[in-house]
Design a protein around this ligand. Structure first.
Ligand SMILES: *[C@@H]1O[C@H](CO)[C@@H](O)[C@H](O)[C@H]1NC(C)=O
Ligand SMILES: *[C@@H]1O[C@H](CO)[C@@H](O)[C@H](O)[C@H]1NC(C)=O
Ligand SMILES: *[C@@H]1O[C@H](CO)[C@@H](O)[C@H](O)[C@H]1NC(C)=O
Ligand SMILES: *[C@@H]1O[C@H](CO)[C@@H](O)[C@H](O)[C@H]1NC(C)=O
Ligand SMILES: *[C@@H]1O[C@H](CO)[C@@H](O)[C@H](O)[C@H]1NC(C)=O
Length: 404
């Protein structure tokens, strides 16, 4: 099924044309992307991005933006099959040809572009577009074909990572045999393959109980937990991302996570000062999430780990981070942990030194508030810090009045 046939190059060229035409139309008519004309290019990338994507597909470098992955894009109902098709067409096209086309098009006048735009629109309607399911099928087949070289596998994975974004596609992944194949790739010798595979699983599971269940039942969690300790930073980051997406709001998934010593992994990550800070951020956020889930489910004791003083100290220690974002996430985690009945205020006070840590943050924020560019953020963190302090004092009063 793999091909770099002419029609695909044509499709990719059309993609470039559409975008340029769209830009011209926007300039000429003052249309904007929220216009009501059903402008299907509104979610497409800029032409510069397209060419870059094409280049990158050639050298199979990873394109994701780390901040992007935590948000499933609900805008406009995810991306259309047009987007999926463009991505696919671009991935299967010759980058140099794409660039050439882009250059030619830039020489056209606005009128010419407008005319082209109409023609292209008609053409697109006539073209039978492959569905996302078909595109996923092809990527899965490529991935499952061991006689294809690594770069084809990487490309198939990158395509899948985009295709699973809309929830309907994620729901189809298992039916198409994709989950089994992607989970198998978690054992691939190449770390980049493992990394994207974890990323795909995380994306597919995100806010999706249906896929969470499938992935849990296929037993991927244990492998992801191992990957979270990888020396390859990207692999560890995507593994923690995937774990979080997999067990979020899923109690039986969380039980499995605890049973597989997931909390020990978290503690190792939090307490190891050589760990990449991005991994620590994702991990401490996961702690906040897990504790919150316990609270929402009737504040049951949760795993013994939650009241373990060494674990608690590893979270409180992060409050001393110079990274404001990490500090804020750690504050969220401490807040939720304090609210759990199973944790003891005295442990936070005496073993973790929470009062001193909170005081230090307060002083730091007082300085920061004076700086224009930090004022707002510092004020937000101070609000959160004050909240944590109140909960801490309340818990301390309760625990000393009615010791357990
Ligand atoms: C652009 O979109 C906004 C709505 O987001 C609308 O108020 C505005 O009128 C639009 N501009 C044009 C030129 O259509
Ligand atoms: C695997 O890829 C090779 C090389 O492109 C191709 O000849 C073969 O038909 C493919 N196998 C399957 C099962 O699709
Ligand atoms: C992957 O290939 C094997 C044969 O090599 C086949 O049995 C299996 O059904 C394929 N899986 C998918 C999802 O296509
Ligand atoms: C969590 O995943 C399990 C599979 O391990 C599934 O049976 C269960 O329905 C899921 N629970 C929720 C709340 O989504
Ligand atoms: C701490 O993290 C570094 C970097 O990931 C790793 O090489 C080292 O083995 C870790 N130390 C411990 C005690 O786990």
């Amino acid at each position: 099924m793999r091909s770099t046939c002419l029609s695909l190059i044509l499709l990719a060229s059309i993609a470039t044309l559409i975008i340029l035409a769209a830009k011209a139309a926007v300039a000429a008519e003052g249309l904007n992307n929220s216009g009501s004309a059903g402008l299907y290019w509104s979610t497409a990338k800029e032409e510069g991005d397209l060419v870059r994507t094409a280049d990158a597909a050639g050298d199979s470098s990873l394109l994701w933006d780390d901040e992007d992955e935590d948000h499933r894009d609900f805008d406009a109902g995810g991306f259309s099959s047009l987007d999926g098709m463009l991505q696919w067409a671009i991935g299967h096209s010759d980058p140099s040809k794409l660039k050439e086309t882009a250059k030619d098009v830039q020489r056209w006048s606005p009128d010419e572009l407008k005319k082209r735009h109409v023609e292209i629109k008609e053409l697109m309607e006539k073209l039978k577009m492959p569905s996302d399911a078909q595109l996923m099928r092809i990527a899965i087949d490529d991935l499952n074909n061991s006689s294809l070289p690594l770069e084809d596998h990487l490309r198939a994975l990158e395509e899948l990572s985009l295709l699973v974004e809309p929830i309907d596609n994620a729901n189809d992944l298992h039916k198409l045999g994709g989950l089994v194949v992607v989970i198998r790739e978690l054992n691939h010798p190449d770390p980049e393959v493992r990394t994207i595979s974890a990323f795909i699983l995380g994306k597919a599971c995100q806010n999706n109980p249906f896929v969470q269940k499938q992935v849990l039942e296929l037993g991927a969690l244990a492998k992801l937990l191992k990957m979270a300790r990888s020396d390859f930073v990207e692999e560890a980051i995507k593994a923690v991302f995937a774990i979080s997406a997999l067990i979020r709001n899923n109690l039986s998934g969380q039980e499995l996570f605890y049973a597989e010593a997931g909390m020990l992994m978290i503690q190792d990550i939090l307490s190891n000062s050589s760990t990449d800070i991005r991994i620590q951020k994702k991990s401490v956020l996961l702690v906040a999430d897990l504790a919150e889930c316990q609270l929402e489910n009737g504040n049951n004791p949760g795993p013994p780990f939650f009241s373990d003083r060494f674990f608690l100290r590893s979270v409180v220690d992060l409050l001393a981070s110079v990274d404001l974002d990490l500090q804020e996430k750690a504050l969220c985690a401490v807040k939720n942990l304090l609210k759990l009945q199973s944790t003891e205020a005295l442990v936070f006070k005496e073993f973790c030194g929470l009062a001193a840590a909170l005081e230090k943050i307060r002083q730091q924020l007082q300085q920061l508030v004076k700086e224009e560019q930090h004022r707002e953020h510092a004020a937000d963190i101070e609000t959160l810090r004050g909240e944590v302090e109140q909960i801490f004092i309340g818990k301390l009063n309760r625990d000393t009045q009615f010791p357990t």
